[in-house]
Ligand binder design. Structure first.
Ligand code: CA
Length: 320
């Protein structure tokens, strides 16, 4: 319909780390879109392996190519200005996704962010725990009317990690729960299964039987927490005598399996397909010379900030 519609789209994609489970789901969905699109989509996807300097170098190479858009999942949101400048200088539309740079950075390159509201996953975790706590009085192991909990946190300073850590607990309190952090502070495990497992093993050695619930900023950490719990006879299945609710974020396949096996209570689902579909629409628009947000559902665009598109979360407890 647009007069400048292209038959071929060249898309650069910068990924912060290929082996992040949720991001690999988005990546697979972008690849699926590229295969199934009506036009030929040439994907140039790069793995920064968690290294911002490496990602900057990858961007330097990408901007030399004839790209219709660059999708950026930045390593360090605080260093995104450099990426934004390179995209602007090269005249390539920048679409940031999942990891959100500051508003000024996106505005400087007239970029767009596709992601989620940082607080929403935490709020849903708090809601899920409050629902479970009401339905299961036996979860209050020591019967003191207070929930003794732990929260496993991603990288300090990461906006998602900070928001999930604080909103999970504040929402549970909002719902009337009394909350007490067994460790007195969040357990930093940098999104990683092995770090979460090691920390949980150490905490259980000192506090076994005193922990009544665990929030994790992502499912990869929940996996580690549950491995540590299983090792001391907790959460071995839904009928286990010793069982505490563990709540993650991402709805990874591994977490869904734990939920199905009765080892984990639930997770908060980011819609990876929805995000990829949205990114695909934006990309198609840039290639067709249309307005960037053309065809994107209106209710997914923030009223307050015109250059953001939010993909909603949902609670997943295996009952769908
Ligand atoms: Ca208690």
């Amino acid at each position: 319909q647009a007069e400048e519609a292209k038959e071929e789209i060249n898309l650069g994609v910068l990924i912060y780390k290929f082996d992040d489970t949720y991001i690999s789901t988005v990546r697979a969905a972008i690849e699926k879109y590229a295969e199934e699109a009506d036009v030929k989509v040439n994907l140039d996807m790069q793995d920064a392996q968690g290294d911002q300097a490496k990602q900057n170098d990858q961007m330097d190479i990408l901007v030399e190519k004839d790209l219709d858009a660059v999708l950026i999942n930045c390593v360090d949101t605080g260093s995104a200005q450099g990426l934004a400048d390179k995209a602007k200088d090269a005249g390539i539309p920048a679409i940031f996704f999942n990891r959100e740079p500051a508003k000024e950075i996106m505005e400087s390159c007239e970029g767009l962010f596709v992601g989620t509201t940082a607080s929403e996953a935490g709020v849903m975790q708090g809601d899920l725990l409050a629902d479970m706590w009401e339905a299961h009085p036996e979860y209050d192991l020591n019967g003191d009317g207070v929930c003794q909990y732990l929260v496993f946190k991603g990288e300090p300073g990461n906006p998602e990690a900070e928001a999930r850590t604080s909103y999970s607990v504040s929402q549970a309190e909002e719902r009337g729960m009394k909350m007490e952090n067994v460790q007195g502070e969040p357990v930093v495990a940098n999104w990683a299964t092995d770090q979460a497992q090691n920390s949980m093993e150490a905490i259980l050695a000192a506090h076994e039987g005193e922990i009544e619930a665990v929030f994790c900023n992502n499912d990869d950490m929940a996996l580690g927490v549950i491995s540590a719990l299983n090792a001391v006879g907790y959460n071995t299945d839904a009928e286990a005598e010793n069982w505490i609710p563990v709540i993650g974020v991402d709805a990874t396949d591994a977490a869904k399996k734990l939920i199905a096996d009765g080892k984990m209570v639930g997770t908060i689902k980011q819609d990876a397909e929805g995000m990829a579909a949205c990114i695909a629409q934006l990309t198609q628009n840039t290639a067709d010379g249309k307005e960037l947000v053309d065809g994107v559902e209106k209710d997914m665009i923030s009223e307050k900030v015109a250059n953001k598109i939010f993909i909603p979360y949902g609670i997943y407890t295996g009952e769908e």
